[in-house]
Design a protein around this ligand. Structure first.
Ligand code: NAD
Length: 340
């Protein structure tokens, strides 16, 4: 196949591209590098069947020649991005998605979109299955992402209903692994950087809140199976195994062979208590479920981080990198025109 991946310089996008290349496909990566990493593009550049196009998908995208599959992973995705890249997120979830849909339609390609568990918002059901409509604040600080992704789902399903476009809709839950950005404030990389540099691991409250983490190779397998399936409704792809944050911290300290201790910080008001996917549908429709144990996944992520520049690890562990990519790439507020 000839596959376009928007967001190919990002964490999940580069792994998905690597997998398609390994399977013998041709991949055209598209990215504006707003939160992506040049190192990920260099990693993919080892393959002759990979080509990179630097492009912001809020502008129309033209690709020469046939395309069989358009994968849309282009969207800043971490909470630290929401404050600084709010307008960019809303635009990529609306204008960007539309341009990628138009590309897929003009090429007769399948359109695979990466939505998110955040469409369920501060969920009132647990675990969340695809039939749940969500509980989202449309004007809160997370709205740019949550509502952006909900709008994207509405747009994509409209292209399917009105124009017959074949769509695949993944709702991704927390995913981790090598090549995550160290500055995006996510708990797995925070803990790993703190453990590797001997700093205390910071948990909120007593650390009893639970999360579920899917290793990147499992996530990619789920996305590939979804792309190959005929199923066009939303499908949760994540790991249903829950763990408390304190237990995660302990596991990382142990696997990293670290002498770090755990320290408790006051609980932020909006920290979700629980988040867990119901993956019954993915099991049934895709014959998919996570296979990689947390121990193996965390060890691989720790080993990857060990090879990084120790100075960068120190800065990340101290929170000094926090939000640095988003801050560097956010457009000045004067670019946003407001009519009064
Ligand atoms: P990421 O920030 O690492 O990757 C996103 C990529 O999209 C970056 O390379 C960025 O530069 C690019 N991008 C953003 N706006 C763009 C634009 N206008 N034009 C071109 N490129 C643009 O994030 P990720 O964690 O790899 O997430 C990938 C996708 O998966 C996103 O759509 C995200 O919403 C979704 N997702 C991720 C998670 C997770 O746990 N990582 C969870 C749920 C959903």
């Amino acid at each position: 196949m000839r596959i376009v991946i928007a967001g190919s310089a990002g964490f999940i996008g580069c792994h998905l591209a690597k997998r398609f290349l390994a399977d013998g496909h041709e991949v055209i990566g598209v990215d504006n590098l707003v939160t992506g990493q040049q190192a990920n593009i260099d990693w993919l550049g080892e393959h002759r069947a990979f080509r990179f196009v630097r492009h912001d998908v809020i502008e129309p995208l033209q690709i020469e020649g046939p395309v069989d599959l358009v994968c849309d992973l282009a969207c800043p995705a971490s909470p630290v991005d929401f404050a600084l890249l709010g307008v960019e997120i809303l635009r990529v979830c609306s204008e960007g998605v539309r341009h990628l849909l138009d590309l897929a339609e003009s090429k007769g390609a399948v359109f695979l979109h990466t939505s998110t568990s955040e469409v369920y918002g501060d969920a009132e059901v647990h675990p969340q299955d695809e039939s749940y409509w969500g509980h989202v604040n449309p004007i809160g600080p997370r709205a740019v992402y949550d509502e952006g992704k909900r709008f994207a789902e509405a747009l994509i399903t409209t292209y399917q209903r009105r124009r017959g476009l074949p769509i695949r809709l993944a709702r991704i839950f927390n995913t981790y692994g090598p090549r995550m950005r160290l500055d995006d404030g996510r708990v797995v990389t925070n803990f790993i950087c703190q453990a590797l540099t001997g700093r205390p691991l910071s948990v909120y409250g007593r650390g009893q809140q639970t999360r579920s983490f899917c290793y990147i190779d499992d996530q990619v397998e789920g996305l590939v199976r979804l792309a190959q399936s005929q199923y066009s409704g939303p499908v949760n792809i994540g790991n249903p195994e829950e763990i408390t944050i304190r237990q995660l911290a302990q596991e990382i300290i142990e696997l990293a062979g670290s002498s770090s201790v755990i320290v408790e910080h006051p609980m932020p008001p909006d920290d979700p208590k629980v988040r867990c996917p119901d993956i019954t549908l993915a099991r049934r429709e895709l014959n998919w479920q996570p296979r990689i144990s947390r121990q193996v996944g965390l060890q691989r992520t720790i080993d990857f981080c060990k090879q990084l520049d120790p100075q960068v690890l120190q800065q990340a562990a101290q929170g000094r990198l926090f939000g640095s990519t988003a801050a560097r790439n956010a457009k000045p507020a004067t670019d946003v025109k407001v009519r009064r």
